[in-house]
Ligand binder design. Structure first.
Ligand code: URA
Length: 250
């Protein structure tokens, strides 16, 4: 164990897990591990190197990592560089430190996009086996029938295979809420095409536990430590989304 570094309870308290006293209790209760080993009280860590977990869920303690939630407007591409010179999501967030989008939204899709320099979290969030839920509001041509909604729920045969069951609800005539946990290219648009109701406007309204109706198009904000924790939890495959309590590990 390193004699240098910061006391574990101090790091945890700074991240919003409670007072130092509360964090000490969590350590004493054996709920915290460092690099896979249950931590003792008095443990010091190097926050830029050590991997800390609470109840088996990694907590973001590494300094230098940033996590932004952006409300992507339509007409902006989800790439770092666009050869055609179109505006990019990277142009909407600070230049330093350099961040990357987690997954992608089509140029015409609006809504929530996560950008981060946290490669490990990105990997886990985009890994299909963890299936973090993504919720979309789709304005479509016409208004899907109950049978069409059932097809969305049960899975639709697309050219790259059958889609996993989705949650689908009609919020108003021609307005669908679709929740999927795959990340295939243009998936929602293709699913809606397949039921004969092409998308007119598509907005991502939730990524796992992250939602924000007040974030204006083009605006971004850092995740709160609660949000980051909830996201880490969702990406760990443990109980996923406080929004509906139906976390999954597929
Ligand atoms: N599904 C789509 O069709 N487009 C997106 O941008 C995201 C999901």
């Amino acid at each position: 164990m390193s004699a240098d570094g910061e006391r574990l309870q101090k790091v945890l308290a700074r991240l919003g897990f409670g007072s130092r006293r509360v964090c000490e209790e969590m350590i004493a209760d054996g709920r915290i591990s460092v690099n896979g080993v249950v931590a003792d009280l008095g443990r010091r860590i190097a926050a830029d190197q050590d991997m800390v977990e609470l109840d088996g869920v990694p907590v973001g303690v590494k300094p230098g990592l940033v996590h932004y939630l952006l409300n992507k407007p339509a007409g902006v591409v989800t790439t770092a560089d666009d050869p055609q010179g179109r505006p990019t999501v990277i142009g909407l967030v600070p230049d330093e430190p350099r961040v990357f989008p987690v997954g992608r939204l089509d140029m015409d899709t609006e809504g929530l996009l996560l950008l981060t320099n946290d490669g490990d979290l990105t990997h886990r969030l985009t890994h299909p086996s963890f299936g973090v839920e993504k919720e979309y509001i789709a304005h479509v041509e016409g208004s899907p029938t109950r049978a069409a909604l059932r097809r969305l729920r049960e899975g639709i045969e697309l050219e790259d295979g059958l889609t996993a069951p989705a949650d689908a609800a009609l919020l108003a005539p021609g307005v669908l809420r679709l929740t999927i946990h795959e990340g295939r290219n243009r998936q929602v648009r293709r699913m809606c095409d397949a039921i004969g109701h092409p998308v007119i406007r598509l907005v991502r309204s939730r990524i796992g536990p992250l939602a924000d109706r007040r974030l204006k198009p083009g605006a971004w904000r850092p995740l709160t430590s609660d949000e980051l924790r909830a996201l880490e939890r969702a990406a760990s495959g443990l109980t996923g989304t406080p929004a509906n309590g139906r976390g999954r590990r597929s």
